[in-house]
Design a protein around this ligand. Structure first.
Ligand code: SF4
Ligand code: F3S
Ligand code: FES
Length: 252
């Protein structure tokens, strides 16, 4: 006959939320090999936890050499975009239970940018395109003596594109960007949109000319991968279309 203590242990184990999950991670270390390789890790995890929690368990308890970026862990800093089961997502916003944990969960670096180690890519080309569109308010003339006012309707015109966290999930899911990496990419265009349509800004023409380049907005083939990938739900393709229209009509 089971003792009360054993009964308690069995009850606790029956209530355990943990399941065994396989993380299949694409590893790359240029100091060891020129080739990337898949490596499997089996861990116990609560399906209500996130892929980022699984990566932490592996790094902290199994293999400290696993390399990835993350900071806020709450979908704000944009540093942990990666390909999870073949789709760009933020590891900190992806619950294990939402991605079929019965099969191995594949995790690899985002595409189109040079992999430096494991899940870390060189973000410099991405940030260069961002800098190129001058992502800051530009005004001429006298300094204002009070706050620059804007109507609610004018603010609404670029509200969606203010939500960007520069995670690169959009740009690194774009087939045009994969092709040669020269295309400015959707994230840069989203951030140009944010200022082109801001009624207080006075450099819309300059930004439109920058995006009129051969590697600018016209290279977009309306594939919509960027919109599907955006963890902030920004209508990326719509913003790109609005910039194209502004280039044709010069109305913005
Ligand atoms: Fe990330 Fe969305 Fe910004 Fe692209 S538009 S960088 S996917 S937040
Ligand atoms: Fe690329 Fe998005 Fe255009 S995926 S082709 S930037 S609609
Ligand atoms: Fe900051 Fe995921 S860690 S967005």
């Amino acid at each position: 006959m089971a003792t009360p203590v054993l009964d308690k242990v069995e009850a606790d184990s029956a209530a355990s939320p943990y399941i065994t999950v396989t993380f299949r991670i694409r590893r790359f270390n240029p100091e060891i090999s020129d080739e990337a390789q898949w490596q499997d890790f089996q861990i116990e995890i609560d399906p209500k936890e996130r892929v980022l929690d699984g990566l932490h368990k592996i790094k902290w308890d199994v293999d400290g050499s696993l390399t990835f970026r993350r900071s806020c862990a709450h979908g704000i800093c944009g540093s942990d975009a990666m390909r999870i089961n073949g789709k760009n997502r933020l590891a900190c916003k992806t619950l294990i239970k939402d991605i079929n944990p019965e099969k191995p969960i594949t995790v690899e670096a985002i595409k189109g940018l040079t992999v430096l180690k494991d899940l870390v890519v060189d973000m410099e080309p991405f940030f260069q395109a961002y800098r190129d569109v001058m992502p800051f308010l530009i005004t001429k003339g006298n300094e204002p003596t009070r706050e620059r006012l804007q109507s609610a309707e004018d603010r609404e015109r670029f509200d969606d594109t203010t939500k960007c966290i520069l995670c690169a999930a959009c740009t690194s899911s774009c087939p045009v960007f994969w092709n040669d990496g020269q295309y400015f990419g959707p994230a840069a265009i989203v951030n140009a949109h944010r200022f082109i349509f801001d009624s207080r800004d006075e450099a819309g023409e300059q930004r439109l000319e920058i995006l009129n380049d051969k590697d600018g907005v016209w290279r977009c083939r309306t594939t919509f991968n960027c919109t599907d990938a955006c963890p902030r739900g920004i209508e990326v393709t719509k913003a790109i279309q609005e910039v194209k229209r502004a280039l044709i009509t010069r109305r913005y």
